[in-house]
Every structure is written in structure tokens, then in C-alpha cells.
Design a protein. Structure first.
Length: 220
């Protein structure tokens, strides 16, 4: 008797290898700063209400490596800011009425900008900048308050402006799992804060401040 044997071969799909972690991300930055301040004038006969609204974004398409994002460093990219200021006086002021100082746009140089994890051992994700330049309103419209502080040794035309303001969340940032840098998917980081502070000298200036930023990262 002839015995026939048949071997049935089953196709077993090969294991799919996980895609390699991304080496770089397209990064989009959006940030806002709002300050509303009441400034009493000398003698107490009147006061000013000053407002400042700033919107910030990256100046051009931005790509950062996972290594760069793993530890935020200065000097990597430029930003563009659009700022609106207004100055309202109470009836007892000689000026009277409202001075709408208008809207201006200006660049924020790469020196002092940064985005990413605060350091390689933390889960704190931050965005920040320091602008050292002329006052975009040329010393008008609340320059005594909005310039943050004059640069030491300057002629009064150079100002230092920090984002977020030094006393408002800088540089704590948002808590983000570090494995987002290796997960090969888009992720968004949001952060915001508000406070009420006294600014200025010698007269007390009461100010309400709010700041927020959003960073969108897409693996490339």
C-alpha cells in the first residue's frame, strides 16, 4: 500500500516592526499676554487704566529635533509679536478720555527664546522668551509700566520684556510625559496662568495679568 503524506503550509504573517521614533518635529507656537492695570496719579486727583494685549507666534515654519526639545535651549528661533495698548484717564485728569495707542507688530530675536522640556530629567515642558530692544511705542502709552525695566546702563531706549513674566509661571511650564517625544504622534501642550500683582514705584499699581501658550508638535 502506498501512503501519501500531505503537509499543509500555513502562512504566518511576519511581526510588524514598530516605526522608529521621530527625530524631529514641526513646531507651531501661539501665545498671549493680557495685563489690565490701574495707575493712580500723583496727588490722587485722577488715575489711569492701562491695558496691554500681546499675541506671539513663530516667525516662520519651525522644525526642531527631538534632542533640542528634550532640553529647552536659548537662541533657536525667532518670533513675531502683535501688541495693542490703550490708556484711559478718569475725569479728574488733565488729559481726560482715552488714548488708544494702537496696534504694532515687531520681531523677537532668537536670543533668549526656548521651547521644550526644562531639562533632561524633568517632565516640565516650557516656552519662554526675553526681548531686549526698543519700546515698540517709542516711550509712549504706559512705557513707565509696560517696558518691564530699563536695561542697566541704557539711555532709556532699551527695554527688557520677559514672557511669561518673571513672577508669573516662569519657568514652571506644563507637565508632559517625556515619552511623547518617541511616540510618533502629534501632541499639543497648553499652559496658562493668572495673577493679581502690585507693579511700579513709588505709586501702587494694581494689575491683573493672564498669560497662556500653546505648542503643537507634529512628527516629520
Amino acid at each position: 500500500m502506498l501512503l501519501l503524506s500531505c503537509v499543509l503550509a500555513l502562512a504566518v504573517p511576519a511581526a510588524t516592526a514598530a516605526p522608529p521614533p521621530p527625530t524631529a518635529f514641526h513646531v507651531t507656537i501661539q501665545a498671549t499676554l493680557d495685563i489690565q492695570a490701574d495707575y493712580p496719579r500723583a496727588g490722587g486727583s485722577c488715575s489711569e487704566h492701562l491695558s496691554r494685549h500681546v499675541e506671539v507666534r513663530n516667525a516662520k515654519p519651525l522644525t526642531l529635533t527631538a534632542t533640542q526639545l528634550g532640553k529647552a535651549k536659548n537662541d533657536l528661533f525667532e518670533l513675531v509679536a502683535t501688541e495693542t495698548r490703550a490708556d484711559t484717564y478718569t475725569a479728574g485728569c488733565d488729559e481726560g478720555g482715552t488714548s488708544t495707542c494702537g496696534t504694532v507688530s515687531y520681531k523677537i530675536g532668537s536670543v533668549g527664546t526656548g521651547v521644550g522640556f526644562l531639562n533632561r530629567a524633568t517632565d516640565r515642558f516650557v516656552f519662554f522668551y526675553t526681548r531686549i530692544s526698543t519700546d515698540p511705542y517709542q516711550g509712549q502709552c504706559g512705557a513707565h509700566l509696560w517696558g518691564a525695566e530699563e536695561a542697566p546702563g541704557s539711555t532709556g531706549k532699551v527695554w527688557i520684556d520677559n514672557f511669561p513674566p518673571t513672577t508669573l509661571g516662569r519657568p514652571q511650564g506644563a507637565t508632559v510625559a517625556r515619552d511623547h517625544l518617541t511616540a510618533n504622534r502629534r501632541f499639543v501642550v497648553n499652559w496658562s496662568a493668572t495673577d493679581h500683582v502690585a507693579l511700579g514705584s513709588p505709586l501702587p499699581v494694581q494689575a491683573d495679568r493672564s498669560v497662556s501658550w500653546q505648542v503643537t508638535l507634529v512628527p516629520r
